[in-house]
Write a protein that binds this ligand. Structure first.
Ligand code: G
Ligand code: MN
Length: 268
C-alpha cells in the first residue's frame, strides 16, 4: 500500500512560534506583560526629557522572551493589535506617576506598522487617552521605524497627522539603518530622529563621526530633535557633545527599568 500524502510536519521554528503565540495571547489578557522605562536626557546640564516604554515579558514556561521574538510573533499571528492596546493601557496607568516626578516629560511608545495601517488606529488611541484626560497627549510620543511607511503610507501618514493634531509627537527610531531614506524626511510628519546605536559604537571611525555630525546639523536645520541611542560611556558622551549633540539615551544614563526602580535609582 502506498502511503497517504500528508503535509510536511511543522518545523521546529513553526512549533516555537505557535507556542510563543499561545502563551503571549494569554499574557496579553492576563496582565502578564510589563513595561520598563529608559530615559532620554539632555547631556549638559543633565536633565531627563522623556522615557521610552519598552515591553518586557517573563513567561512562567518560556522564561524571558525577547521583544524581538515576541513582537515578530505578535505581528505574524494577529496579536499585534491587542498587544499594542495592552501597552497603551499599561503606559497610561503609569503616566500620572511619571508626571508627578517629571512634570514636563513625555513617554514614548513603540508602534508597529501593522497598527498604523489600521484606519481607526489614531481614533482608538485618542479615545483611550481621552478617557484619562486628553491633555495627556502632550506627554506622549509614538516611536516608529521608517519601515512603517512601506505597507500603506497614506493611512500611516493620516494616523500620524491626526495624532500630532492632538499633541502627540512622532519619533523616527533606529535612523540610519535599514529603510532610512533622506528623501522621506521632508514628507513625513515627525518631530524627532533617533540615531541607531551603531553610530555611537563607531564613533572612533572618522567617517562614521562625519556622518553623525552631518545628521546632527541636518536635524538643527530641519528644526527636529536628534537623540543618539546606545550611549554607554562618559568618553562617548564627551565626543557627542563636541559634535553638538544635545540628547542621548543609553546604559550610561540608565538601562530600561521598571518605573518604581527608575524612580528610586534617579532619586539623587
Ligand atoms: O529599537 P529600539 O531602539 O527601540 O530598541 C531599544 C532596545 O535597545 C531596548 O530593548 C534596550 O534594552 C536596548 N538598549 C538601550 N540602551 C542601550 C545601550 O546603551 N546599549 C545597547 N547595546 N543596547 C541598548
Ligand atoms: Mn524605540
Amino acid at each position: 500500500m502506498t502511503s497517504i500524502p500528508h503535509h510536511a510536519d511543522p518545523t521546529r521554528a513553526e512549533l516555537r512560534q505557535a507556542r510563543v503565540a499561545r502563551r503571549l495571547e494569554h499574557a496579553i489578557t492576563a496582565g502578564g506583560l510589563q513595561v520598563y522605562y529608559q530615559p532620554e536626557a539632555i547631556l549638559h546640564p543633565p536633565m531627563l526629557v522623556s522615557l521610552e516604554a519598552l515591553c518586557r515579558w517573563h513567561d512562567s514556561e518560556l522564561n524571558l522572551v525577547t521583544p524581538d521574538e515576541f513582537i515578530a510573533v505578535a505581528e505574524a499571528r494577529g496579536l499585534i493589535i491587542p498587544l499594542g492596546e495592552e501597552i497603551w493601557r499599561l503606559v497610561l496607568n503609569d503616566l500620572p506617576t511619571v508626571l508627578q516626578r517629571w512634570p514636563h516629560a513625555r513617554v514614548a511608545v513603540n508602534v508597529s506598522g501593522l497598527e498604523l495601517a489600521q484606519p481607526d488606529y489614531a481614533s482608538k488611541v485618542i479615545a483611550a487617552v481621552q478617557a484619562r484626560g486628553l491633555h495627556l497627549a502632550q506627554h506622549l510620543e509614538l516611536e516608529v521605524t521608517e519601515s512603517v511607511f512601506h505597507t500603506d503610507p497614506a493611512t500611516v501618514k493620516q494616523n500620524l497627522v491626526d495624532l500630532k493634531a492632538q499633541g502627540f509627537t512622532v519619533a523616527i527610531d533606529d535612523f540610519g539603518t535599514g529603510q532610512s531614506s533622506l528623501s522621506r524626511l521632508h514628507t513625513l510628519p515627525f518631530d524627532k530622529i533617533k540615531m541607531d546605536k551603531s553610530f555611537v559604537q563607531a564613533l572612533e571611525d572618522p567617517t562614521a563621526r562625519a556622518i553623525l555630525k552631518a545628521m546632527i546639523d541636518l536635524a538643527v536645520s530641519l528644526d527636529k530633535v536628534l537623540v543618539v541611542e546606545g550611549l554607554e560611556t562618559p568618553a562617548q558622551s564627551a565626543m557627542l557633545q563636541s559634535l553638538g549633540c544635545q540628547f542621548a539615551q543609553g546604559y550610561w544614563l540608565s538601562a530600561p527599568l521598571p518605573l518604581a526602580q527608575l524612580l528610586s535609582s534617579l532619586q539623587a
